[in-house]
Design a protein around this ligand. Structure first.
Ligand SMILES: Nc1ncnc2c1ncn2[C@@H]1O[C@H](COP(=O)(O)OP(=O)(O)O)[C@@H](O)[C@H]1O
Ligand SMILES: [Mg+2]
Length: 263
């Protein structure tokens, strides 16, 4: 099982929207067995994937007991966000320590997450994790446990510096805590091709972060929130305007596929 996280410490960056659409792509286009962990107490992804609710909870991955998987026969197995429990997870100890030989000792919540993911790894091909838009314990533990991370990001003056901080954090995790973590890249979302400022920002970004920015992007299109609200993949939205959206999603899926060596 490969583990891919969608992370950005800023809210409103389409993490939930893209991670759920990505899960639909894996399940329906690539016919993979998908586990989806909604680790954000705001539970947007749980809402979109509500058809797959089977009583599995995301917080259990941070605990000391193996996760019992209910259902598991549907294309996507949802581990839904449970606000009260996820808040308790945020209160767990996340201190990183060193032993006498200066070897890093990971916090229990991260080793628990790794162990729990390992235990379900035979049942699924891919695990998609949606994370909260904060620099907090749950997203940090997720980065320690994941194989891949995508950073969705809007292309504006507020969001770009935060995305940069996120990239710095990812690099620090790669260096010290999880060398297997691969940065897939920064994914421009809600892009407006007719917004001159946005176009200018993207040009700059492509100059300074050439290798980090994915060669595909998601436009600002009403078909995306419509699909998220109706709990369906965007290619099933019955509007002509959804066609471009579906094409963009497919391109993003293919670009990520090429970065992970195929699904
Ligand atoms: N491509 C898009 N086009 C239009 N609206 C979008 C698009 N992507 C996301 N949105 C909207 O932007 C808001 C933030 O998206 P969301 O996935 O909740 O972000 P995050 O999970 O990073 O906080 C939501 O209202 C969502 O419906
Ligand atoms: Mg979200």
């Amino acid at each position: 099982m490969k583990i891919i996280a969608f992370a950005n410490q800023k809210g409103g960056q389409a993490k939930s929207l893209i991670s759920t659409q990505f899960a639909f792509c894996l399940a329906e286009l690539a016919e993979k067995r998908v586990a989806f962990i909604d680790a954000d107490e705001q539970s947007s992804s749980t809402y979109t994937l509500r058809a797959f609710e089977a009583g599995n909870r995301a917080y259990q991955f941070f605990g000391g007991e193996p996760v019992k998987v209910n259902g598991g026969d549907s294309p996507i197995t949802l581990f839904s966000a449970d606000k009260d429990h996820l808040r308790l997870v945020e209160k767990m100890d996340d201190q990183i320590k060193m032993d006498a030989n200066r070897k890093v000792i990971l916090p229990e919540m991260a080793t628990n997450l790794r162990a729990r993911l390992d235990e379900i790894s035979d049942r699924f091909d891919w695990c998609v994790i949606d994370t909260p838009g904060s620099n907090s314990k749950v997203p940090n533990a997720t980065l320690i446990a994941a194989d891949y991370v995508v950073v969705p990001c809007t292309i504006d003056a507020y969001a770009l510096p935060v995305a940069n901080e996120m990239l710095t954090r990812i690099r620090a995790v790669q260096q010290h805590l999880n060398p297997k973590l691969k940065l897939i890249g920064l994914l421009p979302v809600r892009f407006k091709a007719n917004d001159r400022e946005m176009v200018k920002h993207l040009k700059e970004l492509l100059t300074f972060q050439k290798d980090t920015v994915l060669r595909a992007k998601i436009g600002d299109r009403s078909a995306f929130p419509y699909a998220a609200d109706h709990g369906i993949p965007v290619w099933k939205v019955d509007r002509s305007a959804a066609r471009e959206a579906a094409k963009e999603l497919r391109e993003v899926f293919d670009v990520i596929g090429s970065k992970v060596g195929g699904f």
